[in-house]
Design a protein around this ligand. Structure first.
Ligand code: AMP
Ligand code: ZN
Length: 137
């Protein structure tokens, strides 16, 4: 098994686990962006969010919601930035779905999700909306 997150899920690689259940494991990021940076992963090895089984997706998001308050309160944070690098092109370095929960404080020097995009917008909203709706099954 080469995936580091599968190895953490299996207990073969040590991690600071904060929650473990039948579908999901959550542990501290070993190179935290801030104190209390947590990763939530499905037990099943799935590379991208859109490939998750509905049950695993439900469990993953439920666990993110369940952890948001304890993570924030444990660190005395004002909020949390919650995000997913979904696919190699987005900067995903480990091909096993993981949700980042990163505590935030006023004036902590980090930006909002808006700050990562240069806003190179070429297409009109109705055209984009129609294209997405056409692909929904
Ligand atoms: P991403 O860039 O979204 O794929 O994030 C991968 C994250 O996994 C990074 O923040 C790493 O610091 C973290 N990471 C890598 N290896 C480990 C590990 N063994 N234990 C905990 N976190 C890890
Ligand atoms: Zn894996």
């Amino acid at each position: 098994m080469s995936c580091i997150f599968c190895r953490i899920v299996a207990g073969e690689v040590p991690a600071e686990i904060v929650l473990r259940d039948s579908e999901v494991v959550a542990f501290l990021d070993v190179q935290p962006l801030a104190d209390g940076h947590v990763l939530v992963v499905p037990r099943a090895h799935v590379a991208q969010l859109e490939d998750l089984e509905p049950r695993a997706a439900d469990a993953l998001f439920r666990t993110v919601v369940r952890l948001a308050r304890p993570v924030r309160e444990a660190l005395g944070a004002a909020g949390t930035t919650i995000g997913v690098n979904n696919g190699e092109a987005t900067g995903q370095t480990i091909a096993h779905v993981h949700v980042h929960i990163v505590p935030r404080w006023p004036g902590d020097g980090a930006g909002s999700i808006h700050t990562i995009f240069p806003r190179h917008i070429k297409r009109k909203l109705p055209e984009v909306g129609a294209a997405i709706r056409d692909r929904m099954t």
